[in-house]
Design a protein around this ligand. Structure first.
Ligand code: NDP
Length: 346
């Protein structure tokens, strides 16, 4: 595996390029500001955004905003696609492709649409992935502090022969090569991202749900359970310690009883069933494109209001979980306490 550092990249390659950012949201605003601060002239950067609050924000930061996506794309040597993944294929295929310059480079920050072949990119164009593993606010703040951030980089289509060098120049200009941009691929990025979302976290949610119910049945109170399990933020601290000390080594911050219980318990679980379950999700739901196909069918419905929206339906169903009901009770009691305190009642 390769990592690329500042010395591996030449931002001079960007000097004569016109760079269009499609979207000025979480990633778009951070990456555009970083690129400008890295020396790309402001008059070479175009922010393509509908005339709304994101456009106003870009203008307030001194950027040139173009509400006509087709015009903004037609002028670009490099196009960052930084709108939500589900909105990219339609905009890209219908509005950008017809006006795309022959040698333009398309930059994605997520592997999804490229891996599943949802972007119809002509063969003469470059397609690169520069995918920060951070929220946009951190991409910006770490850049401002002169520090890097974890980021995946890959060249997926090399239409011009220098796509890799352009990918590295972009990585350096957004600040990613300071800490080492990791060579990856859209397949790897998509597999890991969707696996976390569809296998790991659903199981973690289910473990908390079932653990909550077992302890509740054993007489534990709502308040005690909510604070013990997540409202104290202990799980967040554990993951932070895992990132600093090591996944297992962080256990040494816990009591000896806890260390012994956690390690002996984890090593006693053979994991065969869960491994099979995980493999099934990875291969028969994610990598074979089944999830993508299903998601593409309902994607339009995700903009509907109320119960017609499938995501809202899932949120409604989740309200039936004992854990969610108990948490609502606890939060309501806390809110009542705050209201009483504000009114000065005992
Ligand atoms: P955001 O949700 O922040 O994107 C908002 C921007 O997209 C706004 O400029 C918005 O403008 C525009 N937009 C939304 N829908 C449309 C549409 N249908 N047509 C045109 N413009 C639209 O996106 P993110 O920054 O979160 O994600 C961008 C990319 O970065 C994605 O590929 C994502 O996977 C990736 N990524 C995101 C990370 C994160 O932490 N969020 C981390 C790493 C990668 P308007 O107001 O006009 O709708």
């Amino acid at each position: 595996m390769d990592s690329y550092y500042d010395a591996d990249a030449d931002t001079g390659l960007l000097a004569d390029k016109t760079i269009t950012f499609i979207g000025f949201g979480n990633q778009g605003s951070a990456q555009a500001e970083n690129i400008r601060d890295s020396g790309v002239a402001n008059d070479r950067i175009i922010i393509a955004n509908r005339d709304d609050r994101y456009a106003d924000e870009a203008k307030s930061k001194g950027f040139n905003v173009e509400p006509d996506f087709s015009k903004a794309a037609s002028l670009a040597d490099i196009i960052f696609l930084l709108i939500p993944d589900q909105a990219q294929p339609r905009l890209f295929n219908e509005i950008i492709v017809p006006v795309l310059r022959k040698n333009a480079t398309i930059v994605v920050a997520s592997g999804y649409n490229v891996f599943f072949g949802l972007l119809k990119v002509p063969p003469s164009n470059n397609v690169v992935m520069v995918a920060p593993r951070m929220m946009g606010s951190s991409v910006r703040s770490l850049y401002q502090k002169g520090r890097g951030f974890p980021c995946f980089v890959s060249t997926e289509q090399d239409g011009t022969g220098d796509a890799h060098a352009i990918a590295l120049a972009i990585s350096k200009a957004i600040g990613a090569t300071k800490a080492g941009a990791i060579e990856s691929s859209v397949r790897e990025e998509t597999a890991m991202d969707l696996f976390a979302e569809q296998a790991l976290w659903p199981n973690i949610i289910a473990l908390f749900r079932e653990g909550f119910s077992v302890l509740k049945d054993a007489g534990c109170s709502d308040e005690a359970l909510c604070y013990e399990m997540w409202m104290s933020k202990e799980p967040a601290e554990i993951f932070e310690a895992a990132a600093d000390d090591g996944f297992v080594q962080q256990l040494k911050r816990h009591s000896v009883v806890s260390q012994y219980g956690q390690l002996s318990g984890a090593l006693a679980l053979d994991g065969t069933g869960i491994r099979e379950h995980f493999r099934n999700i990875l291969h028969n739901q994610i990598l074979n494109g089944k999830f993508c196909e299903k998601f593409s069918q309902i994607e339009g419905e995700l903009e509907l209001e109320g119960s017609a929206n499938p995501l809202n339906q899932l949120y409604s169903r989740s309200k039936e979980m004992e854990l969610v009901k108990a948490e609502a009770r606890v939060r309501e009691r806390l809110a009542q306490l705050r209201r009483d305190a504000a009114e000065g009642s005992p």
